[in-house]
Design a binder for this molecule. Structure first.
Ligand SMILES: [Zn+2]
Length: 103
């Protein structure tokens, strides 16, 4: 891991803990959606599940970034993503400004 790169907050250990928490809660939501799907044919459910799978993919990607030391750095502008934002969205790849640009 390169040492000359500006270390982003939070600490990798804290980042992993948050990401694990985010993954656990998404997987629980996904299981709940599966249960609901069995008793109804609401087409919104598949959209919700697809969205949930996308988030889970983002969480997996975020784990990779923790390992390579780029976690918490915006892929748009290269600046650290504010800690408050990472608390709410631990798997985000963008700061608020760049998120607004890509959304
Ligand atoms: Zn940015």
């Amino acid at each position: 891991m390169p040492l000359d790169v500006t270390r982003a907050e939070p600490h990798p250990h804290e980042a992993r803990r948050r990401l694990e928490h985010a993954r656990t809660s998404r997987l629980a939501q996904l299981r709940a959606l599966d249960e609901t799907e069995r008793s109804s044919d609401d087409h919104l459910l598949s959209a919700q599940k697809a969205a949930m799978h996308r988030v889970l993919e983002e969480i997996e990607e975020a784990f990779t970034r923790v390992d390579d030391g780029t976690y918490g750095i915006c892929v748009g502008c290269g600046k650290p993503v504010p800690a408050e934002r990472l608390e709410i969205l631990p798997y985000t790849r963008h700061c608020v400004v760049c998120q607004g640009r890509t959304a």
